[in-house]
Design a protein around this ligand. Structure first.
Ligand SMILES: O=C(O)C1=C[C@@H](OP(=O)(O)O)[C@@H](O)[C@H](O)C1
Ligand SMILES: C=C(OP(=O)(O)O)C(=O)O
Length: 424
């Protein structure tokens, strides 16, 4: 991580909790034996869907005053009964909950929005079938997915993690509940920092996991211990205020995101540093200060932090030379085809943009007034909002509300931080 001279702290951003941490903690707490407390959870469409899906599976989540904490009482086993959990738009719910349900007993019919139904599930289905799980997927191997759960014996498994890391995270978190535990071979893997996050949190709940030199992961069968844990602010959400600092010349600090963060997406600030911003990652906070016009003229592989590639692509027109982002083929499989959606919208803004299967190149330019097609993708909306700060009155969104998937207060917070400040 980058450390430099201590900066002034400037504006303190209020970034809600991490989606990825909140939904993992809900799952692990549900699988643990006893009552766990998840403090400062993200309250957004993705995490509320996850919480409610656990509730219909017979594991209610108690919410503390003002959602300051959520409390989950697990039994140390998978769920029992018959339920129809709704995953809404949440990839984490569709990929983490079925393996957990399969370790229980009963019948669980997972479904979600048409957007989520269109996202790939095949590698997870193959892995569950290889573990002997009785399941029935929907057309095209997506949701809806019926699991007839009878517990899982466990053993050896290989998982295709080339499209998404979420299948592997879901299987890993369910592994301690399998009668013999699990040995997983991984092969090529996208979004590796999310696997590190999964392993770190499993260990916080007492799991024993070993990773061998060839990348094989071995998880012992052993009930999770209930835990009390605080959720960090969401590093992907923080990327928008950091980028906004870079383009407005302001100083923005995110308290609670520091050198010990479990989130790979905090590395976005290293990318911003390439553009000339001053960056300081301290033990308990991260600060970015804009430092004159953005510098371009570089290529950066954002495959491991792909939720933040759109943040960079959206501000890239403001740089003095083109910026190329590589390694993001799997970003075509998320809420939208994000590479295509960025290219389409940047071109609509009059910005020269080229794309390849796993990359995008954005040239310098002055955006013209454009209504952005968000494709119901929160990150398209939030990324172009940052460009809008630098080009006032040019950018509007066809679906500003879609930010509620992970950052319901996004527009209010951007107004609070940046309205009235000198925008370029
Ligand atoms: O495990 C997680 O919490 C996530 C993993 C990433 O997905 P992929 O592994 O599909 O890249 C990321 O894009 C998503 O927002 C959250
Ligand atoms: C890809 C994302 O979400 P999901 O958890 O639905 O995959 C995202 O939040 O950018």
């Amino acid at each position: 991580m980058i450390t430099e001279k201590e900066p002034g702290t400037g504006l303190a951003a209020r970034i809600p909790g991490s989606k990825s941490l909140t939904n993992r903690l809900l799952l692990l707490a549900a699988a643990a034996d006893g009552t766990s407390t998840v403090r400062a959870p993200l309250v957004s469409e993705d995490t509320v869907a996850f919480r409610e899906a656990l509730g219909v599976c017979g594991i209610p989540v108690k919410t503390g005053p003002g959602d300051a904490f959520w409390e989950v009482t697990g039994t140390g086993r998978g769920p029992t009964g018959s339920a129809r959990p709704w995953c809404a738009d949440a990839g984490t719910a569709a990929r983490f909950l079925p393996p957990f349900a399969a370790t229980g007993h009963g019948s669980f019919l997972f479904d979600g929005s048409s957007q989520l139904r269109a996202r790939p599930q095949r590698p997870l289905l193959d892995a569950l079938r290889a573990l002997g799980v009785d399941l029935e997927p929907g057309p095209g191997n997506g949701l809806p997915l019926l699991i007839r759960a009878q517990g899982i014996e466990g053993g050896e498994l290989s998982v295709d993690s080339s499209l998404s890391s979420q299948y592997l995270s879901g299987l890993l978190m369910a592994a301690p509940l399998m009668r013999r535990g699990l040995r997983i071979r991984t092969g090529s893997l996208v979004s590796r920092p999310y696997i590190d996050m999964t392993l770190a949190l499993m260990q916080r709940f007492g799991a024993r996991v070993d990773e061998s030199a060839d990348g094989t992961l071995t998880v012992e069968p052993r009930p999770y211990d209930a835990t009390d844990i605080v959720v960090e602010p969401d590093a992907s959400s923080a990327s928008y205020v950091f980028a906004a600092a870079a383009v407005t010349g302001r100083t923005v600090t995110v308290p609670g995101l520091g050198t010990d963060s479990l989130q790979g997406d905090l590395r976005f600030v290293e990318v911003l540093r390439h553009t000339g911003a001053d960056v300081h990652v301290g033990p308990t906070a991260t600060t970015v200060t804009g430092n004159g016009p953005l510098r371009g003229g570089f290529t950066v592989d954002m495959g491991e932090i792909s939720d933040t590639f759109m943040t960079l692509a959206a501000i890239a027109p403001l740089a003095d030379e083109p910026i190329t982002i590589t390694g993001v083929a799997h970003a075509r499989l998320k809420e939208s085809d994000r590479v295509a959606a960025m290219a389409e919208n940047l071109r609509a803004c009059g910005i020269e943009t080229t794309e390849g299967p796993d990359r995008i190149t954005v040239h310098p330019g002055v955006p013209r007034p454009t209504r952005i097609a968000c494709h119901r993708d929160h990150r398209i909306a939030m990324s172009f909002s940052v460009l809008g700060l630098a080009a006032p009155d040019t950018i509007t969104l066809d679906d500003p509300e879609c930010v509620a998937k992970t950052f319901p207060e996004f527009h209010d917070e951007m107004r609070r931080l940046f309205t009235g400040h000198a925008l370029r």
